[in-house]
Design a protein around this ligand. Structure first.
Ligand SMILES: CC(C)(COP(=O)(O)OP(=O)(O)OC[C@H]1O[C@@H](n2cnc3c(N)ncnc32)[C@H](O)[C@@H]1O)[C@@H](O)C(=O)NCCC(=O)NCCS
Ligand SMILES: Nc1ncnc2c1ncn2[C@@H]1O[C@H](COP(=O)(O)OP(=O)(O)OP(=O)(O)O)[C@@H](O)[C@H]1O
Length: 233
């Protein structure tokens, strides 16, 4: 199985690229959705976070007030690290479970859309790694337009992540999403070609089909050996 890493900065265009993959039949595991699940009322992540941050971060219905928690953690690196530390094990196992379900379904190529792929040191799980880069001014303007946040809030969120230039230097494939959606689409065709190239032997071995082929070959090998052994006796 080929697990493609997709990352970038906040509002750099990862979800937009994810949607293009989905349109082309390649499934995407979205770490933001997994992170939402592990913070749902009553879950293990929810319990840890409420114990650490107090009931003040809850809405009347008991769910986490995401806007409030966001304001707290994006303006305080210590609290952000605490939140990351509390949720990391739940997010990693949630992602692993989603990957396992796709493996069981027999998908040979999947995409992991993880905003903090490098920060959370998950980059070793994925190859190739695609970084969606955008110039800083465009990133800020798109974030302001999408989230209707204040400029201070938006800058805090951008600064909470590794710089996009550093992420770009760690990428196998870079998509420059500073231009129009048509530009993005054009670059995507080339990316799709690279992502869909034939699997290496290791990737094939890690796919469901590869694992079953190995199992089948070993079983046939053992049966043949036993037959020869029995005949020889
Ligand atoms: C703080 C929370 C509640 C704010 O929720 P909100 O709905 O406002 O934002 P959302 O979850 O949609 O995230 C939007 C973007 O913010 C960025 N972001 C989210 N969490 C973090 C973080 N801990 N550090 C840096 N950037 C982050 C990502 O680029 C993400 O795509 C939420 O982001 C959260 O629970 N974060 C911790 C979990 C996490 O690390 N998520 C990232 C998945 S790898
Ligand atoms: N090439 C583009 N031209 C114009 N707008 C774009 C382009 N690419 C993305 N956008 C817009 O920019 C915003 C951010 O894009 P998107 O939501 O895909 O980013 P993201 O990296 O997934 O963000 P997050 O880290 O918050 O999940 C969205 O409103 C999207 O519609």
């Amino acid at each position: 199985m080929r697990i493609v890493g997709l990352t970038g900065g906040i509002a750099s265009g990862k979800s937009t690229v994810s949607n293009l993959f989905k349109v082309h039949g390649i499934p995407v595991v979205d770490a933001d959705l997994v992170a939402r699940d592990v913070l749902k009322k009553g879950s293990g992540g929810w319990r840890k976070v409420v114990a650490a941050f107090g009931n003040e971060i809850l809405l009347d219905n008991g769910e986490v007030d995401r806007a409030k928690l966001g304001q707290i953690v994006f303006s305080d690196p210590g609290k952000r690290q605490l939140l990351n530390r509390l949720l990391a094990p739940f997010i990693s196992s949630g992602i692993f479970w989603e990957v396992f379900k796709l493996w069981m379904k027999g998908f040979k190529v999947i995409v992991l859309d993880v905003p903090l792929l490098f920060e959370a040191k998950m980059d070793g799980w994925t190859k190739p790694i695609i970084v969606v880069w955008v110039d800083p001014e465009t990133q800020l303007q798109r974030l302001l337009a999408r989230d209707r946040a204040s400029e201070e809030d938006a800058r805090n969120r951008i600064n909470a992540q590794m710089s996009l230039d550093l992420k770009r230097s760690k990428a196998d494939i870079v998509i420059d999403n500073t231009g129009s959606l048509e530009d993005l689409n054009e670059q995507f065709q080339n990316v799709l070609f690279q992502v869909k190239r034939p699997l290496t032997w290791t990737e094939f071995g890690l796919s469901r089909q590869g694992a079953f082929s190995v199992l089948l070959s070993v079983t046939i090998g053992v049966l043949i050996c036993r037959k020869f052994y029995n005949n020889g006796l």
